[in-house]
Design a protein around this ligand. Structure first.
Ligand code: PLP
Length: 408
């Protein structure tokens, strides 16, 4: 079997690269992206065949994915993640809004949307015969890589800064990765991998340093379009770290338009960051093409604690050409809204997901977004992986004071 991949190319210069070979970054040091023969897909694959697919997760979009042989698809039971309406916004946000939905990516294997990108990268590694994968990670990418690599029978080494949340480090080890804590930042973990790659025969799957994680993340956009009856919302709020998700979705939308599967009206893409690490927001505000390194990055939203993104110009392009914007929120706003959404909607968002809710509220308050727009907020991981407040109320079984149940 073959894929519909026509070639690969440098996302900046357009320089072409051959398919079927192992690629990292382009000659200019920029990400390499995958291009498809969309004319042939349009001629051979009817849109309705996607709806008829028996595949329960992102493999249903196989014609738009780079894997050639079905036997190389590495799967851990992916699902189409639900879109859940927020129904009690009046109490949490102070205004009512009828078309605000959370796309809940926490339902994917390993509890985060990193499963999409790394599931795809591992499948391509399998197809191309790569034997040992390595990654620097602040958390969710490591456990997703560990799970999929183990599933594929590929060795895997994960390097984490020693302040990575314990749960992420442990789950990574439990899913078969050789897991190590480094007394340094994520960039320094990446440096160790780059330097040792030849000796250790590692292939690095760092964000945007290989072409296929984007293709996996792209399926968030394809899935959203299919779920909404091949249409899209007015605005998408996305918690942005390395940016594979926003870049991937934007790429996917453009492919769908070229295929004629959706109309030429795309959502505004809003990049959400934390005030403690907001390189993309700063570059957007200053009108720059690239983002400068963010010194002293610090936020509880570890998934978006990324001081420097290789695909910065691609994130900024998606934001600008969609008529969107970039916005940051404080950790206090994030934690407060995470708690509020738990109390009012019964949804335990991750901080990164809660940050999109806070950004949405602030955007409506400042008039950037209208409360009548249809909005999708991405909850990128399960809230269960993050610290939560202690339960402090204690009951003495021999001396129950019922008044404590009344105070809430
Ligand atoms: C990695 C991660 C992000 C950022 O994703 P990008 O697509 O790389 O910008 C957001 N939220 C969580 C929970 C993550 O793990």
């Amino acid at each position: 079997m073959n894929s519909y991949v026509s070639h690969l190319e440098c996302a900046y210069s357009g320089k072409k690269y051959e398919p079927g070979k192992i690629h990292t970054i382009s000659e200019m040091g920029k990400p390499i992206i995958v291009k498809y023969d969309l004319e042939r897909i349009a001629a051979e694959v009817p849109r309705s065949s996607i709806g008829d697919s028996k595949e329960p997760g992102f493999w249903r979009y196989a014609p738009l994915l780079p894997v050639c042989s079905e036997k190389n698809r590495v799967s851990l039971g992916e699902v189409v993640t639900p879109i859940i309406a927020l129904e009690n916004l009046e109490s949490t946000l102070g205004f009512d809004a009828k078309a605000v939905f959370v796309k809940d990516e926490s339902r994917l294997p390993t509890g985060s949307f990193k499963a999409r990108g790394l599931g795809m990268a591992v499948s391509m590694a399998k197809e191309l015969g790569v034997k040992h994968l390595a990654i620097p990670t602040n958390g969710n990418a490591g456990s997703a890589l560990a799970a999929y690599a183990t599933r594929a029978g590929i060795e895997c080494t994960v390097l984490c800064p020693d302040n990575t949340p314990t749960i992420n480090v442990r789950e990574t080890q439990m899913q078969g990765a050789s897991t190590h804590l480094v007394n340094g930042l994520i960039g320094e973990c990446g440096g160790i991998i780059a330097e040792g790659s030849e000796e250790m025969e590692w292939f690095a799957v760092s964000t945007l340093k290989e072409p296929y994680r984007i293709e996996g993340k792209k399926t968030m956009g394809l899935e959203l379009a299919e779920q909404m009856g091949w249409s899209l919302p007015d605005t998408i709020f996305y918690p942005t770290g390395g940016g594979t998700g926003i870049i991937g979705m934007w790429k996917g939308f453009k492919e769908l338009i070229e295929l004629g599967w959706i109309e030429d009206k795309l959502p505004r893409m809003v990049s959400v960051q934390s005030t403690g690490c907001a390189p993309i927001v700063r570059a957007w505000e200053e009108g720059h093409e690239f983002a400068e390194y963010w010194e002293g990055a610090e936020t509880i939203s570890s998934g978006i604690r990324v001081p420097s993104a290789l695909g910065d110009f691609m994130i900024l392009d998606a934001v600008r050409s969609s008529g969107g914007f970039a916005i940051s929120v404080t950790d206090e706003e994030t934690l407060d809204i995470q708690h509020q959404i738990g109390l009012s909607e019964g949804l335990l968002l991750c901080p990164e997901g809660a940050a999109t809710v806070a950004a949405y509220r602030n955007s409506v308050d400042s008039g950037l977004v209208s409360s009548s727009e249809s909005v999708i907020l991405f909850n990128t991981a399960t809230g269960l992986k993050y610290p939560m407040p202690d339960v402090t109320s204690k009951i003495d079984k021999n001396n129950v004071e019922y008044s404590v149940f009344k105070a809430r």
